[in-house]
Structures are given as structure tokens and as C-alpha cells.
Design a protein. Structure first.
Length: 601
């Protein structure tokens, strides 16, 4: 921190002390030690105690493998998460067998987790997580301002930015806060993690909310937090599996909506339970109160109605409009947007935290280049990362496309989950493990096929539309179990084609991603083939969509498989993991001692 002409200066200022802002702050401090000397600041209007029901008790957050690795490895929070937040045992999906009968789980067609996860994920209690993270980053050397950004000088160009900040009083009641001082802060770089306040987005017309920019998405959400529920209402100890079904994220489906059930605390049995729905099927006025929400559950998902009724209500929230995205994520004008300030579509698949992981790691790489004054590398990576993150958010947005018509159809939706799971586990997860997103060369190659891949997804969605319109049953697919497509392959268990977990291939680009892309494309082509043959039989060969989807996947298989051999050849003499190679090399000089070291007694 420097003071220049009565104005405080920081290298980086983060607006917003929620999970996105605090994660970016901790990641920067861990990876750029120079910032630990009070050179990074966080501005947040909420109390550091995070105890206000309306402002701090967030929806709850369920991590998946990518976000779990980000928090555990990148933010070095593995032990903290184990000690303070419930474990997560995969995602599970449930469709009523009959719409009018939903009293017990025997009334549902379900995809249940069959084993403990290969990569441990967690259910996050957001207010606890944010409170603890804030203390961590302050201890690391960040400066915390309990305040509100009143104005920002966002003059275009690579120049120092000035923020006008109102410092707020510390009070027990959030709404009793008063402005006690006004200060000016200058910085070389602003990170907007202010959530739906859109500190930068609202001042730059950067936020896109119109459905035409969101693949037509128009959705909303209503949720509650409840504690001390009767755990027996959803407590299974099935001898056929090794995973907990209670500590999974459970999704319940209906026409135009889905409901999440996330455990937040172990001892007090806290839950976040909420519905994400599409406005063409359900008007927000139908779910704008706790009573209406409970009436909806009683008729459509009685088991959840019973679970909430058995406990104590903590809070009730709703968002009548949910989705938005951004035009720019990393601007040439020295700012970036992260988390909900950048994009949110739907909590389905818990993609919000995935996007934060990619955004934060790209941001840290850019700040490194800036502080090193490596302007050529910074310029290249800024442009590439911005395009990459925009593409990643588009993919996450596209995952929700046409959900309105598909969610309640167990056959079509289970197939969607099956295919989308194979893409996540076979492509996105290994790409993240290998840190390929930090490589501009890979990003450019990925972007070259981005539009075509979206078109193939559009084609298969049109097929699903036709299947629904014709009233066909193309089978029920369980993304957790093998034996449904070819051999024992399954999307969630067969993704590690390069054995990166057992061989510890965690170093940058050490994992053979082309091999993962190849086999994922192969099994995707089999999925498409089975869908077409089940729905249309041998007439599939006359359907142009059959050729556009299956042939594209097979072409990708052959292309990526050849590239995988190039990757193998280039890395043939490189250790699988340098850390363990050093251990083995050092062990060559080991000699066992057959005597105790003398000591005084």
C-alpha cells in the first residue's frame, strides 16, 4: 500500500468479498508473494461476521470435481474443507414415476451414485466459507475495507483507476450501517466480484440479460434454508454402493423445473432446498412466497415438502430473473469480472464454481505478467483468456438450452445428463487438471472447434425435441453405472483414460488431453448412434442429423487419437511427476540403519 497525494494506491483492488472475490484474492496472494505486503485490497459492504440472514445466508454451494480441486489444491483448503464442510458424494437425479405420487423415493426413477468419488467434492456453507476466507486473506496480507464503492473512474485505456469508497460503520444489524468516512483508492487493476451489484458491468454496459444473448434462457429461482430436519425422511444405507446418498446433491425433476437438495451442515442437518424454473412454464408470481413454494412442493414433490416441514425454517429467498452473461471478462482497460458479476445461468451441474476456478486462474496469470511488465505476453494472454472464458461460459449456458421442454422427461433428460457427463468428465475435468486453459496455444485450438461443437449439440437437442413430440421412450440412462453403452464404460467412472490420478500427472500439460478427447468423442458417437437407432431404427441413415452428429464425433476421435501419439512422443522422456521422480532418484543412495541413534537418558 502506498499513499500518493492523500490517495491510497494498491496494485489490485477487488470489489466484493463474496466467494469469487475472496477466492481470487487468496489465489493471487498464494501465487504472487509480493502482493502479500498490503498491495491488494478488498472492498465489501457486508460485515466481516457474515451473520445477516438477508445478505449472507446464500443459497448454498455444491462443488464438483473441478471446483473441489480448485479449492483443495489451488487455494490449499483441503484440510479446512474436510473439517468444516460436509463431503459431497456426486450428483443424483430423480423423476417421479407418476406425477401425483411423490411421497417416498420408491416413487421415483433415480440415478444413484454407486461409489465414493475419485476426487472428493464438498457442500459449502457459503456464509461460513466467506467469513473464514476473509480472515485468511487478511492474515495473508490483504487490506480489507468495510465499505461500498460509490464511484469508479473507468476511463478507457491502460491507466490508473480511481475508486471513491464510502467506509461503513460496524453494526450488528446490516441495515443500521452508516457512512463514517469517504476515501479515494487508486489501483492499476480492478477485479469486479460484486455479484449482481455489477460494479463495473452496470457502468460499462457490459452485462447481457436479454434471452437472445443466452440461447433463449429465461429462468428464475426460489429457495429456502431449513435446519434440524428429520434425516430419516431421506437417509439411505444401501448395501449395494459405497457412497452416501444423503450427502450427495439431489436433483428432483418436473415439467419445466428442477429442484436441488444440498446438505449444508452435518450436526444440525441444515439443507438448502430450492427450485430453478423456466418462466414459460411457471410464472414467478406463482412461487414468490414461502406459502406458495410449499404448496407447489406438496403437490409436485411431496418428499421435499415433508423434509422441510420436519425442520425449522431459516430463510426464504427468490430471484425472479436469474441468468445473465458479460460481453468482456478481461478488459484491455485494466479490469476483470468474476463470479456472478460475470455470468450466471442456472445452478444445474454447479457450474458457477467451475467458471470461478477458470476465471481466477487466468486472472492470476495476467496479474503476474503485469507485475513483471511482460507486456507482450500480457496482451496475448488477455485476448486469449477473454475469448476462452467467453467460450466456457457459452458452453455452460448451452447446457441449459431447451431445459424447459426436456427436464420432466426422464428418458430424454437422463440421456442429456449421460452425454453431458461424458463431456464434463472426459474433456473439461482433464483439461483443468492439466492446466491447459493457461496455454494460449491450446486455447486457440479449442476455440477453432467451439462453434461446430455447439452446432452438434444443437442438432442432438433437435432430435430430443422430436422424440418428445412423438412420445417415444428411448430408455433410461444412468450416468453412474457401466454396462449401458459398451462394456463397463460409464461417464463418471471411466474418464481417466491417461491414468492421471493413479500416476499423479498433475503438472502443466503433462496429462495427455488429446487421448481423453479422442475416447470421449468415441463414446459420444456411440451414444448418438444408440439414440438414433432406438428412436428411428435403420431409417436413421436417411436423417442428415445422424450423419452430422455421429460422423463429427468419429472424425474427432480419429483426429485426437493421432494427436495423442504426438503428445506421447514429445513427453516420452519427461518424468510422469517430477516430485516422485526426485524421491526415487534420491532413494538410490538410501542405506538402512540397523541401530538406534544414541540419546541421553
Amino acid at each position: 500500500m502506498d499513499v500518493i497525494n492523500d490517495t491510497i494506491f494498491y496494485d489490485v483492488v477487488i470489489i466484493g468479498g463474496g466467494i469469487a472475490g475472496l477466492s481470487s484474492c487468496r489465489h493471487l496472494l498464494l501465487n504472487i508473494p509480493d502482493l502479500c505486503n498490503k498491495r491488494i485490497a478488498i472492498i465489501e459492504p457486508r460485515s466481516a461476521e457474515r451473520n445477516n440472514l438477508n445478505e449472507d445466508y446464500k443459497v448454498g454451494e455444491s462443488t464438483v470435481e473441478v471446483s473441489a480441486m480448485f479449492f483443495s489444491k489451488e487455494l490449499q483448503l483441503q484440510d479446512y474443507l474436510i473439517e468444516n464442510h460436509p463431503p459431497k458424494f456426486s450428483l443424483q437425479f430423480h423423476w417421479p414415476k407418476e406425477a401425483e405420487k411423490t411421497d417416498t423415493m420408491d416413487d421415483y426413477y433415480s440415478t444413484w451414485a454407486v461409489k465414493n468419488p475419485d476426487i472428493q467434492a464438498f457442500q459449502l456453507n457459503r456464509c461460513k466459507m466467506e467469513r473464514d476466507l476473509l480472515k485468511m486473506v487478511i492474515d495473508q496480507g490483504a487490506v480489507y475495507y468495510h465499505g461500498r464503492v460509490k464511484d469508479i473512474d473507468l476511463t478507457k485505456g491502460d491507466n490508473v483507476k480511481t475508486l471513491s469508497v464510502q467506509i461503513l460503520s460496524d453494526t450488528e444489524n446490516f441495515y443500521d450501517q452508516k457512512v463514517i468516512d469517504n476515501i479515494l483508492i487508486q489501483t492499476d487493476y480492478i477485479v469486479d466480484a460484486s455479484g449482481r451489484n455489477f460494479a463495473i458491468g452496470s457502468r460499462t454496459d457490459n452485462v447481457l440479460k436479454d434471452p437472445k444473448h443466452l440461447f433463449g434462457l429465461q429462468n428464475a429461482s426460489t429457495w429456502v434454508r431449513v435446519k434440524n430436519v428429520d434425516k430419516k425422511l431421506f437417509d439411505f444405507n444401501n448395501p449395494n454402493v459405497t457412497a452416501s446418498w444423503y450427502y450427495a446433491t439431489n436433483h428432483f425433476f418436473g415439467h419445466g423445473y428442477w429442484i436441488w437438495m444440498i446438505p449444508l451442515e452435518r450436526g444440525s442437518h441444515d439443507f438448502s432446498i430450492g427450485v430453478s424454473y423456466h418462466r414459460d412454464k411457471i410464472d414467478p408470481s406463482q412461487l414468490n412466497s414461502y406459502e406458495k413454494f410449499m404448496n407447489f412442493l406438496e403437490k409436485n414433490q411431496k418428499i421435499l415438502y415433508n423434509l422441510i416441514s420436519s425442520g425449522e425454517l431459516v430463510d426464504f429467498h427468490r430471484w425472479p430473473k436469474l441468468a445473465h452473461t458479460s460481453k468482456v471478462f478481461f478488459s484491455e482497460d485494466n479490469w476483470a469480472v468474476l463470479g456472478d458479476a460475470a455470468a450466471i445461468f442456472d445452478p444445474f451441474y454447479s457450474t458457477g464454481m467451475i467458471m470461478i476456478a477458470f476465471e481466477v486462474e487466468c486472472l492470476t496469470e495476467l496479474i503476474k505478467m503485469r507485475l513483471q511488465k511482460n507486456w507482450n505476453s500480457y496482451s496475448l494472454k488477455r485476448k486469449t483468456f477473454d475469448k476462452l472464458i467467453r467460450a466456457v461460459t457459452q458452453i455452460n449456458n448451452h447446457l441449459i438450452k431447451d431445459h424447459s421442454n426436456h427436464l420432466g422427461n426422464a428418458s430424454v433428460m437422463s440421456w442429456r445428463i449421460y452425454i453431458e457427463s461424458s463431456n464434463y468428465f472426459g474433456i473439461l475435468l482433464p483439461a483443468y487438471i492439466g492446466k491447459y486453459h493457461l496455454c494460449p496455444e491450446f486455447s486457440e485450438k479449442f476455440l477453432q472447434g467451439h462453434e461446430k461443437n455447439l452446432q452438434v449439440r444443437n442438432d442432438i437437442l433437435r432430435v430430443f425435441d422430436d422424440i418428445i413430440e412423438r412420445g417415444l421412450n428411448i430408455g433410461f440412462m444412468d450416468n453412474h453405472r457401466g454396462g449401458q453403452l459398451l462394456g463397463d464404460w460409464s461417464p463418471t467412472s471411466s474418464w481417466d483414460y491417461d491414468k492421471c490420478l493413479s500416476l499423479c500427472k498433475y503438472e502443466h500439460k503433462r496429462l495427455n488431453l488429446p487421448l481423453c478427447l479422442a475416447w470421449t468423442s468415441f463414446y459420444q458417437s456411440l451414444s448418438f448412434l444408440k439414440i438414433f437407432m432406438t428412436a428411428y431404427g435403420y431409417k436413421s441413415v436417411l436423417n442428415p442429423l445422424f450423419h452430422s452428429t455421429v460422423s463429427h464425433s468419429l472424425w474427432n476421435f480419429s483426429k485426437f487419437y493421432m494427436v495423442s501419439w504426438v503428445h506421447w512422443y514429445k513427453n516420452r522422456s519427461r518424468p510422469v511427476n517430477a516430485y516422485y521422480q526426485d524421491i526415487n532418484d534420491n532413494f538410490k543412495s538410501y542405506k538402512a540403519s540397523n541401530a538406534l541413534v544414541p540419546w541421553k537418558y
